[in-house]
Write a protein that binds this ligand. Sequence first.
Ligand code: FAD
Length: 310
Amino acid sequence: MARISDLLQRGPTFSFEFFPPRTDEEKDRLSQTIQDLEPLHPSFVSVTYRGGRSSRERTTAVVTDIIRSRAITAMPHLVCVAHSRGELEEIVGGFIEAGVENLLALGGDPVAEEGPGELKHAAELVELARALGGSSIGVAAHPAGHPRSPDRESDRRHLAAKLALADFGITQFFFHVEDYLRLREELADLGLSKPVIPGIMPILSLASVKRMSELAGYQVPADVVDRLGPLEDDPQEFRRVGIELAGELCRQLLEAGAPGLHFYTLNFSKATLEIYRSLELRAQWGGPRAGRAEHGRQGGHPPSERETIA
Ligand code: FAD
């Protein structure tokens, strides 16, 4: 398996985020989605830590299964809030032993089944993983600022300090390229130039994306609501415009030199595939897919959207 920190040096990465299934139905859907998206030869996929402590087995199972049975680099997410320091050491050590070379180190949101939460911030988890031998560690970035931050400036300072310890960042979803450019400029002003991969969420339902945005402390921009709102009674046209908007954002981000695109798939594949197809930039992708993208485009069977950004 490849290290994402190395892949990012080769060129833009193209990656998908999945959440670990809880039910048999979700399990079947994820299997089908992975099968559908595999022909695109993603640079890597990531698997969320969904719902606190109980995600330990589920996230680990999905990641190790992908690594064992498919030629795809898979990265687990891990959250501070769910576990004690000792448990986090055990989990990270287990990942390393199982050959998992990448980790997305997160603070996590308070959950009902919250654990002891000895580590207060994601940066401490980065340090813990590094001390255990982790060599390709990502962290979360929030273009609009984290909802618990008193202001964007302090959030940027904490993010810069966290990124200085880590290898790369992945952003929360957003809908205007300017949000990403501002994040990059503000980090550059703080002396940070580590790669930060934009997170892409295609809008297929205004209600659900508004709900997820609220949870992430972000407001769906008015122009996006104005464009999609009148189409809510026409699902086909809504979907077409939602995909078109996401495709436009991807193109703008790549033109602006973003180091990759990370798709929140919500364990569905169709929207991601449609956006991928609309991008005429396949040949330039970095990572294991480079040079094989054309095969994926022709031979790939069209597949079939992240639960809440956990
Ligand atoms: P942190 O970096 O710890 O930041 C949290 C808050 O603390 C911010 O306001 C920050 O400014 C502040 N802060 C940081 N350091 C300090 C310091 N030293 N002193 C004072 N304040 C500080 N959640 C899940 O539960 N599971 C997932 O799998 C998951 N995947 C995600 C993937 C991505 C790409 C993203 C963007 C988010 C994901 N989340 C996930 C959500 C994330 O856990 C929440 O947004 C969480 O509230 C903050 O996580 P963080 O890693 O940014 O935390």
